[in-house]
Design a protein around this ligand. Structure first.
Ligand SMILES: [Zn+2]
Length: 372
């Protein structure tokens, strides 16, 4: 079974569009072509010399990584230094490299969502919503006999999708008037005669990226020669949006701090877990931010989390937690992000279904920090 690399990229981008990535980041296809065929994928957090060697040995055609392989601008491809040697090996062996980093961190159902589910959280929301999508209210006027068809076109083309619901529309009835002029070919009425028609006014929200296609589809399906419609900008796109860093949710049942520590270690597969600040008696509301998320301490407290789980905690982050009477747990940068390989597998399996190809997790990918 082989799948075009472009299809694999589309599956990942449907969840984690590249445009969500931070400005300083470098994501997307870094080696290879979207046109090449892929049979085997190697999934990894980082791309090291060992991971490239593993990809060659296991005959992978594609490495999907979380951390960018090419990050700072490359000044040379010379194979006299390690990066050049790795790129040479990848190209000689027809191995492509694709990276989804901060776009996957910030995606509504990306890495942090995966972690929140892994921890058994419910009512999962985004800790720091960002990258708001611009929404419009689209209003279409239609003769009543075409109302159902127009609602179908709206729903099929991305209008009226709110949270776990789609086809959300509102309609009101009224009387439309018009007068067909010379050169027209009216669906109802005759030339130069003022017509009154019972019409529905149908409204639905639509994200900016669906708008152009939606209006084209509506025009194709609308019975009138000239479809009457309004496009109204909305101010509440940020409220609807769930992209952004970190997640916050609640445990099914509250736990005491000792029980919670045990549960986090077990669910994240950790041998050790560091922490700082003041341990509350009961944990119910939990915030999580993969990688280095100590900057979220203030926000997690403001959103009434009982604890923030993140990685890369520094001495002064611990001090800040204590001064704010807040509890923070350091599950490690690797400890929180090693799960990215499972997150990638879930995205691809869900989207490709039976057409999903062989995926392997890189055995050479490991924590660079060692506890002796
Ligand atoms: Zn990271």
């Amino acid at each position: 079974m082989s799948v075009k690399l472009n299809k694999i990229i589309q599956s990942i981008e449907a969840i984690a569009p590249e445009k969500l990535a931070e400005d300083w980041d470098n994501v997307g296809l870094q080696v290879g072509s979207r046109q090449q065929l892929v049979n085997k994928i190697l999934l990894t957090l980082d791309i090291s010399a060992e991971v490239v060697k593993e990809a060659v040995t296991k005959k992978a055609d594609l490495i999907i990584a979380h951390h960018p392989f090419i990050f700072n601008g490359l000044k040379t491809l010379s194979s006299d230094w390690e990066k050049g040697q790795l790129i040479e090996q990848l190209i000689k062996n027809d191995i492509a490299v694709y990276v989804a980093h901060t776009n996957l961190d910030k995606a509504e159902t990306g890495l942090n969502y995966y972690l929140a589910e892994l921890l058994g959280l419910e009512n999962i929301r985004t800790l720091e919503p960002s990258n708001p999508v611009t929404y419009y209210k689209l209003v279409v006027y239609t003769p009543m006999e075409a109302t159902e068809r127009i609602i179908e076109v709206l729903g099929k083309n991305g209008a009226g999708a709110i949270g776990d619901y789609d086809y959300c529309t509102y309609r009101s009835s009224g009387i439309g008037t018009f007068r067909p002029l010379a050169g027209s070919n009216p669906f109802i009425g005759s030339l130069d005669k003022l017509e009154s028609v019972a019409e529905d006014r149908i409204e639905a929200i639509v994200p900016v990226y669906e708008l152009k296609n939606l209006i084209n589809q509506l025009k194709k399906n609308h019975p009138y020669e000239e479809m009457a419609y309004d496009v109204i900008p909305l101010e509440n796109g940020r409220l609807i949006n769930e992209n952004g860093l970190g997640k916050i949710g609640v445990l099914k049942a509250p736990m005491d701090a000792a029980g919670f520590i045990g549960a986090v270690k077990e669910k994240l597969g950790l041998i050790t877990l560091r922490g700082a600040g003041n341990m509350p008696e009961t944990i119910r509301r939990v915030a999580i931010c993969s990688g280095a998320g100590a900057d979220m301490i203030g926000l997690a407290k403001a959103k009434r989390a009982d604890v923030l789980i993140t990685g890369d905690l520094k001495h002064h982050d611990g001090q800040r937690a204590q001064e704010n009477n807040f509890w923070v747990l350091d599950a490690g940068h690797y400890g929180t992000e090693k799960w990215v390989v499972d997150c990638f597998q879930k995205i691809l399996k869900t989207d490709l279904g039976e057409n999903c190809l062989e995926m392997m997790v890189a055995e050479a990918s490991r924590d660079f920090i060692v506890n002796y």
